[in-house]
Design a protein around this ligand. Structure first.
Ligand SMILES: Nc1nc2c(ncn2[C@@H]2O[C@H](COP(=O)(O)OP(=O)(O)O)[C@@H](O)[C@H]2O)c(=O)[nH]1
Ligand SMILES: [Mg+2]
Length: 467
């Protein structure tokens, strides 16, 4: 990578460097870790002479202006670094595997050195000064979508929230999973005297219930930190839960009063703090949506994920009356919703996946509040393509070739069709989700990962910053 010599030009170059904060979010298993790993690896491996580079389609690369990329380690970071090396080892190891799930927030910075286009004033001025090349400092922040599901907590109070959560806990699959926790909290009157042991047991049972819901593929779960506590594991701010039968004001010293106070602490110290410390600094956001697993999980899980998404979407409404109206800082100017794992469906269905996701977001985004707040895009992508497209010899139908965990080698497979509309017609649905495994392909390590539409993602998110 060519950088200007030390001295005044270097200082000027640094001064002109742009820093962009890119948020990567999505509910757990949506594909954040694989996405960030692939993005970084493919940028680091960018090779202008490679005809079949996985970056083909990324304008800055195609125009021959991407000079090189470099990872930067921030010695003073207060947030864990994204485990890039570890994830790479898993995917490109001798028996390739998907990376281990990560929880919590992490960051990584990659600097892109590129040649300016001559367009624009900065470009012209910089060129005249002999600074034809520039640096984009891309700071990637990977954080759980579950934390965004918490935003609506700011617009409610403990009593209203409790009533809604108790009501929800009595519906569908949740009714079974909540039995033990509900029996425990119903056993004591909320105006009984607060007792720390009882509080600890109640909140532990509630956390167990949320985890059981998560295992049953339900996604609309609050508070998000009960599932992904990160640095708050064991912290006393998580020692509360919804309470049944709250009537009237909380008596001082009661369970009701203690839980209400914890709830307020959670609103302030957890939810608001996250938005202020991390979210407020983001310029761009990609939200990964695993619509395919949700389809496979059936109607209840799919609807539940849609509700979680509706809660997540509220974070991207910047209107004055939004819950984030208080938020100081930058504002996200571009949001890309990416339907992940598009390599799980046949070629002809990828557009359907994109349209289904677009329809879903449109239905969830009441009054187009997001569209009017930020530039919004939808795309179906695969960060690391684990299947190949082929056709059946007999019928000519499109099928996939891939390897599931139980297979010793690749097989031709037909995943079934993707519904065209939202909500899907469940009676007609024949789609099946398989957990396709990455290939043992040595070229991946050196040439980058094959993807579906990752270059377009780069164009949409940072294309304008590389001019
Ligand atoms: N075939 C395929 N599977 C993927 C892709 N991205 C993610 N996955 C699958 O989704 C799982 C969860 O991905 P991960 O990135 O760990 O999700 P996270 O929890 O959002 O960080 C992985 O273990 C893979 O099984 C992709 O691009 N293609
Ligand atoms: Mg992860």
């Amino acid at each position: 990578m060519r950088t200007p010599e030390a001295g005044p030009m270097k200082a000027l170059d640094d001064l002109l460097a742009r820093r962009i904060y890119l948020g990567v979010t999505g509910l757990s298993r949506a594909g954040k870790t694989v996405f960030v790993t692939s993005l970084i690896h493919n940028l680091l491996r960018a090779d202008a002479s490679a005809e079949d580079s996985p970056l083909r389609g990324f304008d800055c690369f195609d125009e021959g202006r991407l000079i090189g990329a470099m990872l930067r380690h921030d010695a003073n970071a207060t947030v864990p670094e994204f485990p890039y090396r570890k994830a790479m080892q898993a995917i490109t190891g001798e028996s390739p595997q998907w990376p281990e799930p990560t929880r919590g927030i992490s960051r990584i910075r990659i600097d892109l050195r590129y040649r300016r286009t001559d367009a624009g004033l900065t470009g012209q001025a910089a060129t005249r000064l002999g600074l034809r090349d520039a640096t984009l400092q891309l700071e990637i922040v990977d954080y759980p979508g579950e934390w965004l599901v918490d935003l609506p907590l700011l617009g409610t109070d403990f009593e209203t929230w409790s009533a809604a959560m108790i009501e929800q806990a009595r519906q569908g699959t949740r009714a079974d999973l909540s039995r033990e926790w509900l029996a425990f909290v119903q056993d004591r009157k909320p105006d009984a005297e607060h007792d720390e042991d009882w509080a600890e047991q109640a909140s532990a049972l509630y956390a167990d219930y949320l985890r059981a819901c998560s295992e049953a593929r339900l996604r609309n779960l609050q508070p998000g930190r009960f599932l992904h506590p990160a640095d708050l594991r064991g912290a006393s701010v998580l020692r509360f839960c919804p309470l049944p039968d709250l009537r009237g004001k909380a008596a001082p010293g009661s369970i009701h009063a203690a839980f209400r106070d914890k709830f307020r602490d959670y609103q302030e110290k957890v939810v608001r703090t996250f938005y202020r410390q991390h979210f407020a600094g983001l310029d761009r956001q990609i939200v990964l949506v695993d619509a395919l697993s949700a389809l496979n999980d059936g109607q209840e899980a799919f609807d539940d994920q849609s509700e979680a998404l509706a809660a997540i979407l509220q974070s991207f409404r910047h209107g004055r009356n939004s819950l984030l109206g208080w938020l100081m800082g930058r504002r996200i100017s571009k949001v890309l919703f990416a339907a992940t794992k598009a390599d799980h469906v046949i070629r002809g269905d990828r557009l359907h996946l994109e349209n289904l996701t677009r329809r879903m977001l449109h239905v969830l985004d009441e009054n187009n509040a997001i569209k009017t707040s930020a530039e919004t895009h939808v795309q179906a992508i695969a960060s690391v393509r684990a299947t190949r497209d082929t056709r059946r010899a007999d019928t000519g139908r499109e099928i996939l070739v891939g390897r599931r965990p139980e297979d010793s080698h690749e097989l031709p497979l037909e995943p079934g069709a993707i519904p065209l509309d939202f909500p899907p017609d469940w009676a007609a649905l024949d789609y099946r989700f398989w957990d396709f495994q990455p290939h043992p392909d040595p070229s991946w390590k050196h040439s980058g990962f094959p993807t579906l539409r990752l270059p377009e993602v780069l164009n949409l998110l940072i294309g304008d910053d590389l001019t």
